[in-house]
Design a protein. Structure first.
Length: 84
């Protein structure tokens, strides 16, 4: 007597869903105001520059208020340009 066993494997492929598949529970906050070179920024202030959001750091407040790097400005040390 010979016994034959046959095994069948079924693979189920998931059907993609449309994006997104969840419902947001919170709304995004409003974008911060654009950087204004006529404003004096303090630690914690937030502004937007070229679609990037920056928050003024307490230790670097001086740099938050420099709109453009000026090689002629005697208050600016050339080695500090990386902080700007």
């Amino acid at each position: 007597t010979t016994t034959t066993t046959t095994t069948t494997t079924t693979t189920t492929v998931a059907t993609p869903t449309t994006y997104p598949t969840y419902t947001p529970t919170e709304t995004w906050p409003d974008c911060p105001p654009p950087y204004n070179n006529h404003t004096t920024y303090a630690a914690g202030d937030i502004s937007e520059v070229h679609e990037h959001i920056f928050q003024c750091d307490e230790e670097l407040v001086h740099w938050c208020n420099i709109y453009e790097w000026d090689e002629e400005n005697e208050d600016l040390d050339p080695s500090d340009k990386q902080l700007w």
